[in-house]
Design a binder for this molecule. Sequence first.
Ligand SMILES: NC(=O)c1ccc[n+]([C@@H]2O[C@H](COP(=O)([O-])OP(=O)(O)OC[C@H]3O[C@@H](n4cnc5c(N)ncnc54)[C@H](O)[C@@H]3O)[C@@H](O)[C@H]2O)c1
Length: 345
Amino acid sequence: MPTASHKRILITGGAGFIGSAITRRLLQSMDCQILNLDKLTYAANISTLNQFRDNPLYQFIQADICDDKACRQAIEAFEPEAIIHAAAETHVDRSIAGAADFVQTNILGTFNLLEATREYWRRLKPLHRTSFRFLHVSTDEVYGSLGPTGAFTESTRFDPRSPYSASKASSDHLVMAWHHTHGLPVLLTHCSNNYGPFQFPEKLVPRMILCAVAEQPLPLYGDGSNVRDWLHVDDHAEAVLLVLRDGLIGQTYNIGDCNERTNLQVVRFICQALDQLRPRPAGDHTELITFVQDRPGHDLRYAIDASKIREELGWQASTDFESGLRETVEWYLKNPSWAVDTGRC
Ligand SMILES: NC(=O)c1ccc[n+]([C@@H]2O[C@H](COP(=O)([O-])OP(=O)(O)OC[C@H]3O[C@@H](n4cnc5c(N)ncnc54)[C@H](O)[C@@H]3O)[C@@H](O)[C@H]2O)c1
């Protein structure tokens, strides 16, 4: 577990899946002041961080990263020593149905936040200017799609295929440009697919669990053979905090743990866990699997080469994929009201 490098951290998107995991990690194990700046879109659930509502180290502000004045005011008032930028529109299917929010938040919102940060950072005293960091939480999807072999390294050329990944790649370029042009001390992380508690139920893992519990079909794109590389969200959170503390300015770090599985394998595993934890009188949960028309431009395979963060920063994941996924299934079974709060299922 990395110790906190910065004592006042502004996090964007802290009411989302990954932002809340990072916030939880910081508040549970490190003595930091946190300001969570989140618009509270459909994907957010503020109850995720209920346990910290009365914690004097935690503040929340509902604001849009596209709102120039709100961002500047929040940054000036809070005086962060670091900013972790995790706010984004994140669901590929939604980006296919309509990309406007993705362009707005992921590209223009990131631009706006960078400008507000730059303005604040350039007025800091030299010591604080040197230690300040802006960390952008990004995705492996910017690298595009792999064939049956190989893995993304930090030098893999960006080749985004969906409006979502194109908007994230654009924001990565902006972050790097603010470093090269303006000297802003940035860090970038590209992580593989996350799973774990508190994920909005439109994403594969929670969706399949909640549909199965509701005796609804489990819709799988194509023949379910698309491969994703899975990482528990708490391992991601820990990696982000390690990069914040020890990462080299201007560098990118891939995060992943070699857990490649086809979507069908993941869904079958969830079904088997449910067969044990909540048996279905009508038969095995796999009977609910239904193959549906493939997603347009569906990337075939993602795989992360995370040697850099392992070798240079000493990071390693601590959650075994199968036990982590089983615990995630148990968490959704024990917390049905959280999913209801999201307005889904
Ligand atoms: N989920 C994954 O598997 C995964 C993997 C790698 C990287 N990432 C990246 O991690 C980051 C967080 O992803 P997530 O899965 O937690 O997303 P999420 O959809 O669960 O949460 C996104 C959060 O951002 C907030 N937000 C959206 N637009 C905003 C705006 N304009 N202003 C302020 N707040 C806004 C939402 O309210 C929400 O709380 C994203 O940048 C994503 O690209 C995600």
